[in-house]
Design a protein around this ligand. Sequence first.
Ligand code: AMP
Length: 281
Amino acid sequence: MQSTVVRDMDSLQKQLLALAKQNKRVALVPTMGALHAGHMALVAEAQKHADAVIVSIFVNPMQFGQNEDFDKYPRMLEADVKKIDEAGGALVYAPSAEDIYPPGFITTVSVGELGNILCGASRPGHFDGVATVVTKLLVRMLPHVAVFGEKDYQQLCVIRRLAYDLDIPVEIVGLPTVREADGLAMSSRNAYLSPEERKLAPKLHFSLVQTAGRIVHGNTPVSEALKDGIALLTTLGFKVDYLELREAGTLRAMDTFDAPARLLCAGWLGKTRLIDNISME
Ligand code: AMP
């Protein structure tokens, strides 16, 4: 079914009003576009939860650092809309930066320490950018449900936190990471990888699985397993940002394993930053 594409707040409000008048249950899937099977799994999940699905496509300048890949981030709205059409169609909201951040915009949403650890430590301000834009999207649309991927696990924790803290009446649904056949987590940034880097990239997931196995089944002390995991990735050619074991809900540090936990890592392969995580329940 053909999607309806709106590019600004007024057109969006008209569509939302029509949906509200029909008493439709609405699910939102926020994305930055360059849609792949991971995103489409979120759309399929959203369809299960609601009568109408909104997919937002916005490369959010506020969540990119100065030397990050905002300019080269892939943008392909037409191809994205085609994929959404093939999946049953949706209301696609693809705003301009001015539509989200009109002149004079100064307010930010910040989730404190939760946004400063892990990826927040290597990307200062990133989660303020994420929290601000997602808050704006949720408040603008007031969807019944919003669907996010566990691929960006810290982001999912940040969004659960802000929705709770700010009393935003939305159900946040998290979906498991969709992977390539060799284990690499699907990501729009995988397109940056050279053929050689692409061959190495699944090792990130492999090292998570191996490290988790050593902690749970091998009784290896957490600090030793993490140190060895980082050493393995470094030997393979990754520049590791972090490999850490955290409490699953709060992302608080954990010295000894206690379920439910999450093992998370981020590392660079050449000029591409990859992230991944797995559950340890
Ligand atoms: P992005 O376009 O990268 O900002 O991602 C938009 C949404 O898709 C976020 O909720 C991501 O966590 C989710 N997502 C991205 N990649 C995957 C994946 N491989 N599996 C599941 N969800 C994903």
